[in-house]
Ligand binder design. Structure first.
Ligand SMILES: C[S@@+](CC[C@H](N)C(=O)[O-])C[C@H]1O[C@@H](n2cnc3c(N)ncnc32)[C@H](O)[C@@H]1O
Length: 365
């Protein structure tokens, strides 16, 4: 079998499927390319060829093939499914989701399209949407793969923070007009609120090593650049990091998750900022403990949050976490950080109304 060739006269397509299952992508590619060149190809040949190219890591060629095929067979659910599968493998989530939805509009019973749509939502950190697609599958083979994906989505739904994938996906998409929307309709004022808080707790200090958590496009960094000797930033979204880099203010910028970044060994700072970032984290303990390890003695952690009415923290309708004042005080004490200031402040508007929140300054003795 190892050197078996795909002969066009021995049911080439079912044979191609067998070879694909064995991971023998190059043989399938060569044989189906020949079929195509001879003009003896149809939808199935093209779909299998796209899958073989994908298996070989030739994503661009696979995408080209799947796109052509979807154009040649516009109303065929299987062609949209094939394109969605290729887009998903290429990490182009919004486009992949649109293709799976298109496939399901043509054929609502196309099981693989529904499964992959659920997987794509999961990839995007949208646990509820993933679970709703998985729930609509009567049966799926292999059943243990479906069970694993359902388990991942349930874990994600229960986590006391936004998933890294959700945040990355959200802000990669938001990055192109982030500044205009934040400073326009949302009247965002997180950085200036933190600057005012800094004037109260850290008056006169400059030449500071500063770390900007969830730096986004760099609005908070820009507000503190004049007191920085060094400004570093981290963010989950590569597109937001690219915008921050373009400002030319940051020494080091990294695509990283706040909790894991802070937990790793590294430079310590005089000032750590998190402007409108902790709204994507519910349980703040890992972050505060991590901040403690990255502050120099006498250093400050300044952040904004949105206000929860009860106690503890809760998820708001916009999928942003809110934190109660008592919780903030207790979490700071639990991480052995002193509360240097806590002000009622509204970092932004929602539907033209100020959102209630807090600006908090913690200090490492
Ligand atoms: C509303 S924006 C604020 C950006 C910036 N601080 C500002 O003031 O404009 C929130 C940012 O936090 C980032 N973010 C959210 N959760 C994160 C996490 N766990 N780790 C790293 N970055 C995160 C997002 O990618 C996004 O860029």
């Amino acid at each position: 079998m190892a050197n078996a060739r795909l002969e066009v006269d021995e049911e080439p397509l079912s044979r191609a499927e067998g070879l694909l299952a064995e991971g023998r992508f190059a043989e399938v590619r060569d044989a189906l390319t020949t079929l195509l060149a001879e003009g003896r190809s149809g939808l199935m040949t093209r779909m299998l060829l796209a899958r073989a190219l994908l298996g070989m890591g030739e994503r661009e060629k696979a995408l080209e093939m799947a796109k052509d095929t979807a154009q040649i067979y516009p109303g065929i659910a299987a062609a949209a499914l094939s394109l969605g599968e290729t887009l998903l493998a290429a990490g182009k989530l919004p486009l992949a989701i649109a293709e799976f939805q298109r496939a399901l509009r043509s054929d609502p019973d196309l099981v693989q399209a529904r499964f992959l749509l659920g997987c794509a939502w999961l990839e995007a950190g949208e646990a509820e949407r993933a679970l709703s697609e998985f729930a609509r599958l009567q049966a799926y083979e292999p059943a243990d793969l479906l069970a694993q994906k359902v388990g991942e989505a349930q874990t994600m739904r229960q986590a006391p923070r936004a998933s890294a994938r959700y945040v990355q996906h959200l802000f990669d998409q938001f990055s192109s007009d982030y500044d205009a929307r934040m400073l326009g309709s949302l009247a965002y004022r997180g950085p200036s609120i933190l600057r005012e808080l800094f004037a109260l707790v850290g008056a006169g200090r400059d030449g500071l090593d500063i770390l900007d958590l969830g730096c986004g496009t760099g609005l908070a960094g820009a507000a503190f650049a004049d007191v920085a000797a060094r400004l570093d930033g981290i963010d989950l979204s590569p597109q937001m990091i690219a915008k921050a880099r373009a400002r030319g203010l940051y020494a080091d910028l990294a695509v990283a998750d706040i909790e894991s970044f802070l937990a790793s060994d590294g430079r310590t700072y005089d000032l750590i900022l998190a402007a409108d970032t902790l709204v994507y984290l519910g349980d703040l303990t890992p972050t505060l403990v991590g901040v403690r390890g990255r502050l120099k003695p006498g250093g400050f952690f300044l952040f904004t949050v949105e206000k929860a009415e009860g106690d503890g923290f809760e998820l708001g309708p916009k999928r942003r976490w809110r934190h109660a004042e008592d919780y903030l005080r207790a979490a700071a004490a639990g991480a052995d950080l002193d509360l240097a200031g806590l002000l009622a402040a509204s970092p932004r508007n929602e539907a033209n109304m100020p959102v209630d929140g807090f600006a908090v300054a913690l200090c490492l003795r």
